[in-house]
Design a protein around this ligand. Structure first.
Ligand SMILES: Cc1cc2nc3c(=O)[nH]c(=O)nc-3n(C[C@H](O)[C@H](O)[C@H](O)COP(=O)(O)O)c2cc1C
Length: 341
């Protein structure tokens, strides 16, 4: 196999199971936590605009822990030069992939002429991808919808994907519903437009040369595994955040890992070691623990675990003892009083 084909193989494998970019949710603490559960799931950052990368506090926005790999940076924008520079900087920070957001329907984003409204401008997106591809060596990918508003989800999407592939994009994450740009909030736009997985499968059948990832409404590992019969990969957003232990099946079932995933308590123990280091650097406990509330989802003591964290982690000076108390509760051990008493 030639080096290029080998690279593509690895990439295809690499996208088998992805965790979606989610603003306010998939920050570096969240990603570190998810990485403790699966070594292979590909994790995406929150969206960062190209302008923020160029003008913002770069270190704060982009720095991540070396253990987070493989990790992709999602950027937003519509200016080729700015996006090219943002991609270059992202790659320099060590991200394994740069992803362009062409799926976000928020008004704020439309005003900047990027996000989902770019689906109406395939040629522009192709130019953006080409510029980004030239400025960095890591793969540049696109996350988009199957259409916007009254676009014909058959013809328009074919045209969009073909044009953007021509610009050099080999990997597309398709949120399997349209974005309706008027009248729906971003939140409603994740639930109201009907889901159409078949449209995504048809794209894979039509363009087998491209890596096609399906996203939207996938609620469990079993559902994710079913999709893999039709496409190269799945991307889970809300389900992976609310029930992160879904990721525990990923390495063994999809990547041939021999070791079973760590137990929930082992994950928590590793996270405590991480939190200790971050607390010492001045990070507030709640900034980290807000992402782990779902760890015991569906388990007998899930609610008690969440309660200990929700009631204590935001308090001034909250430290590791709060996490220890939550652990005791989750493990079914005698609950120790928390802090300050
Ligand atoms: C809180 C939240 C924030 C999101 N932020 C982004 C974002 O920054 N970029 C993006 O492309 N999609 C964003 N999304 C959309 C998700 O990536 C995903 O496409 C969507 O939630 C559908 O997948 P799911 O049904 O598995 O959650 C966000 C979703 C949520 C719930």
């Amino acid at each position: 196999m030639g080096a290029q084909a080998e690279e593509k193989m690895q990439l295809d494998q690499g996208h088998k199971f992805c965790v979606a970019p989610m603003m306010e949710w998939t920050d570096r603490h969240c990603r570190y936590f998810l990485r403790l559960i699966s070594k292979h799931a590909l994790l995406y950052t929150e969206m960062v605009t190209a302008d923020a990368v160029l003008r913002g506090d770069r270190k704060r926005l982009l720095q991540f822990h070396v253990d987070e790999h493989p990790v992709a940076l999602q950027v937003g924008g519509s200016d080729a030069a700015a996006l090219a520079e943002a991609a270059r900087i992202g790659a320099e920070f060590g991200y394994d992939e740069i992803n362009l957001n062409v799926g976000c329907p928020s008004d704020r984003v439309q005003a900047g002429r990027f996000g989902a409204c770019l689906m109406a401008e395939p040629k522009l997106v192709a130019d953006l991808i080409a510029a980004m591809g030239e400025s960095c060596k890591v793969p540049v990918t696109v996350k988009c919808r199957i259409g916007i508003d009254d676009q014909d989800a058959e013809e328009s999407l074919d045209r969009f994907i073909d044009a953007v592939a021509e610009g050099g994009c080999r990997t597309f994450i398709l949120h399997a519903r349209k974005a309706w740009l008027e009248g729906l909030s971003p939140k409603e736009n994740r639930d109201v437009p009907p889901i159409d997985y078949d449209r995504v499968y048809r794209m894979k059948a039509r363009r087998p040369d491209l890596t096609i990832i399906v996203n939207g409404g996938i609620g469990s590992f079993a559902e994710a595994a079913d999709h893999l019969a039709h496409v190269d990969g799945v991307m889970l957003g809300r389900a992976a955040y609310q029930d992160p232990y879904i990721l525990a099946e990923v390495d063994q079932r999809l990547f041939g890992a021999e070791e079973p995933a760590p137990s929930r308590l082992e994950v928590l123990d590793s996270f405590m070691a991480y939190a200790e280091g971050e607390l010492a650097r001045g990070v507030r406990l709640n900034q980290m623990t807000r992402h782990i509330l779902g760890l015991f989802h569906g388990q007998p003591r899930a609610r008690a675990f969440r309660r200990v964290l929700a009631e204590n982690a935001h308090l001034d000076g909250a430290g590791l003892d709060v996490l220890k108390a939550a652990r005791n509760v989750a493990a079914g051990e005698r609950s120790h009083a928390v802090a300050a008493e």
